[in-house]
Design a protein. Structure first.
Length: 298
C-alpha cells in the first residue's frame, strides 16, 4: 500500500516526510502508456505533489504542480488533494531519451530547464495562491527544493525517484522531503547535509529496504519519531457531470455542428482512462442549458 509517513526530529526543528508510491506511479504508467523517461518525470512530480498536498490542512484543498522546461516531453502536471491522493499527465507521454552517462534515466533532458515550475494551492478562496521558480535542472526534486526556498522561504531538501523495471513496470517509486523550522542551528543543518550526501541511492533504498531505512539514513544521529502514516493513491475525481459542465464552455456553433453530425461524441479525461459518450440528444440538452444561462445572464 502506498503511503506517506511523517516524522519529527531535533526537538521539532526538523520535519520529514517519506512517500512510497510504486502502485500510484504504476497506475499512471498504465493510464497514459508512459515511456520510462516520461514515467520517471511524471512519477517524481506526482510524489512531490502528494508530499506537499497532504501537508495542507484545509479540507477539500488541492495543490497543482506544473512544469514546462521546453524539453520534448512538454508540460508535466500533477494534482494532489489534501489527503495526498494524486493524478497527473505529461503532454508527450511516449517521448523517451537515451540513458545518461551514469546509466540513469535522462529526466532533465526530457523536461528541459528553459522554463518554470509553478505550484498552485487552492484552499477554497476566490483565487489560489500561486508561486513559481525558474527550473534549475529539470530533474524535479532539485527544482522543487528551489521553489520551497525561494517562494515559501522554507529551507528544504527533497529527493524523488522512480525505478523502472526491464519490462517497463514500476519497481519502486517515492521520495522524501526534509524541512527546517525557524531557529534551527547551523550544526544541525550541516549534519543533515552530510547524511543526505552519504546516503544510498534513493530508489535502491525504496526497492530493497523501504521507507524506514530512508528515515534512518537521513536522520542518522538524531532522536526522531513518527507522527503519522497516511495512505495515498492515484485518484481522479472526474465524473459525467463535470464533463457535461466542461462541454457547456464550447461555442454554441460547435455544439450545433456536433448535433447535426448525428453521431455520438466521446470525451476522454486527461487524468485517467475514463471515456464519456454523449449522444446527439444529450448534446441538445447541454446546448439548451447553455442557451438558457445566456438568456438569464445580466
Amino acid at each position: 500500500m502506498d503511503k506517506i509517513i511523517r516524522a519529527t526530529a531535533a526537538d521539532g526543528f526538523v520535519k520529514m516526510a517519506v512517500i512510497t508510491a510504486r502502485d500510484t506511479v504504476e497506475r499512471a504508467r498504465q493510464i497514459h502508456d508512459l515511456s520510462p523517461t516520461a514515467c520517471a518525470a511524471l512519477g517524481r512530480t506526482l510524489c512531490g505533489a502528494s508530499l506537499l498536498g497532504q501537508a495542507m490542512k484545509e479540507e477539500r484543498a488541492s495543490l497543482t504542480i506544473r512544469i514546462n522546461g521546453g524539453g520534448p516531453i512538454g508540460s508535466v502536471v500533477a494534482v494532489s488533494d489534501h489527503e495526498g491522493n494524486v493524478r497527473g499527465y505529461v503532454e508527450n507521454p511516449r517521448v523517451d531519451l537515451p540513458l545518461r552517462a551514469d546509466g540513469k534515466l535522462n529526466v532533465g533532458g526530457a523536461v528541459g530547464r528553459d522554463g518554470m515550475l509553478t505550484v498552485s494551492r487552492d484552499i477554497g478562496l476566490r483565487e489560489p495562491y500561486i508561486g513559481s521558480v525558474e527550473l534549475q535542472s529539470g530533474e524535479i526534486a532539485e527544482d522543487l527544493t528551489a521553489y520551497l526556498l525561494e517562494s515559501e522561504q522554507v529551507p528544504s531538501a527533497c529527493a524523488l525517484g522512480v525505478l523502472v523495471d526491464t519490462d517497463r513496470t514500476i519497481r519502486a517509486a517515492g521520495g522524501f522531503l526534509v524541512q527546517l523550522m525557524p531557529g534551527a542551528e547551523e550544526a544541525l543543518i550541516e549534519k543533515l547535509e552530510e547524511n543526505i550526501l552519504l546516503m544510498d541511492q534513493l530508489t535502491t533504498i525504496l526497492d530493497e529496504d523501504g521507507a524506514d531505512a530512508i528515515f534512518e539514513q537521513v536522520l542518522k544521529g538524531f532522536d526522531w519519531h513518527t507522527v503519522g502514516e497516511y495512505p495515498v493513491e492515484y485518484r481522479c475525481y472526474c465524473d459525467r457531470a463535470r464533463v457535461e459542465s466542461a462541454l457547456t464552455v464550447i461555442d454554441a456553433g460547435e455544439l450545433e455542428e456536433m448535433i447535426a453530425a448525428g453521431e455520438d461524441i466521446t470525451v476522454s479525461c486527461q487524468f485517467c482512462d475514463r471515456v464519456y459518450a454523449f449522444s446527439p440528444d444529450a448534446l441538445r440538452e447541454i446546448l439548451a442549458e447553455k442557451n438558457k444561462k445566456s438568456e438569464n445572464a445580466p
